[in-house]
Design a protein around this ligand. Structure first.
Ligand code: ADP
Ligand code: MG
Length: 291
């Protein structure tokens, strides 16, 4: 497709999204779905939480990596998680995505889906996408083909089968290209992208799967200042449409995107609140920010 056609498709999808009712709630989320019959595994947001962890503990060989951690996130929120190395930030993501099983505690997606009863692939299928630190795009394929592949993989269509993008999927792909700012690079090989562009492509591949919750571990590590700023803009665009949990050390980036910041230390929440508030917290200064 040419950039013109891609742009037109992106606009159609943007317009369709704007037509959907999305009244933000006080907590930044969407209107709860009262009065509907819920399907099996459909996300129930009636309690205003998309993710809920309670008293979670994980030990590795007797070492408590996560220690009675409780945390909840509202739908549409962009939550930043900061904290010293070894605080348990990556382990927290491993628990949510089903990679690590906690020894005790509760982990819920919406009010009804008990994530501890599901496997890693099931959790991904339910709409929790995860971006690891290192980009894992397919370098010999174009940007467009990478996004197409993400859609096929998600739909479970074998790569060898004839698979044609439906109109709606084409528009969606175009919209994702526009969101991640890679329309011009659509037919460029992914291997030729800059580090930052590869990271955006990988985020785009996650977006093709229409995740409700996106977990991003140190997304701007290794990016130039320019790329970091574009990434902040991207996340602010995604917020509301998706719920984001972002682990980062780059404080100027956190400053640009943050709403509520959670400080993790020794596997538990040390402080939580607006950035200015946690930055002024004595204990946070001591263990993480320094004087
Ligand atoms: P962070 O991402 O905040 O830097 P991690 O979640 O990676 O911290 O690690 C928290 C603690 O748990 C660290 O002390 C780390 O060494 C330990 N840890 C993490 N994963 C494992 C594992 N699979 N086996 C043993 N120890 C682990
Ligand atoms: Mg980590």
């Amino acid at each position: 497709m040419t950039p013109d056609l891609l742009e037109a498709g992106a606009q159609r999808t943007h317009a369709a999204q704007a037509r959907r009712v999305t009244h933000p709630t006080e907590s930044g989320g969407r209107t709860p779905s009262f009065g509907r019959v819920r399907q099996h595994h459909e996300l129930d947001l009636t309690h205003g939480r998309i993710l809920y962890l309670e008293d979670v503990c994980v030990s590795f060989d007797g070492f408590r990596a996560i220690n009675q951690l409780s945390l909840d996130i509202a739908p549409g929120e962009l939550r930043c998680i900061i904290g010293p190395n070894g605080a348990g930030k990556t382990t927290l993501m491993d628990i949510i995505t089903g990679k690590t099983r906690p020894d005790s505690g509760r982990v819920f997606f919406g009010s009804t889906i008990d994530l501890l009863r599901h496997t890693e692939p099931e959790i991904a299928q339910m709409g929790i996408g995860r971006k690891f630190q290192k980009p894992t795009v397919f370098e010999p394929l174009t940007v467009f083909e990478n996004l197409e592949l993400a859609l096929k993989t998600h739909k479970g269509v074998g790569a060898s089968l004839v698979f044609r993008l439906q109109g709606e999927q084409r528009d969606r792909l175009a919209q994702v290209l526009s969101t991640i700012g890679l329309i011009e690079q659509a037919h460029q090989l992914a291997g030729r992208l800059s580090h930052g562009q590869k990271q955006w492509l990988e985020i785009g591949m996650l977006l093709m799967q229409e995740p409700k919750l996106l977990l991003l571990d140190e997304p701007v590590a290794g990016m130039t200042d320019f790329e970091t700023e574009r990434t902040a803009e991207l996340f602010l665009k995604l917020k509301g449409q998706h719920t984001l949990m972002v682990v980062e050390h780059d404080m100027s980036f956190i400053e640009q995107i943050s709403d509520i910041v959670t400080v993790l230390c020794e596997g538990a929440v040390l402080a939580q609140g607006p950035l200015a508030q946690v930055q002024a917290n004595e204990r946070v200064i001591e263990v993480y920010l320094g004087r």
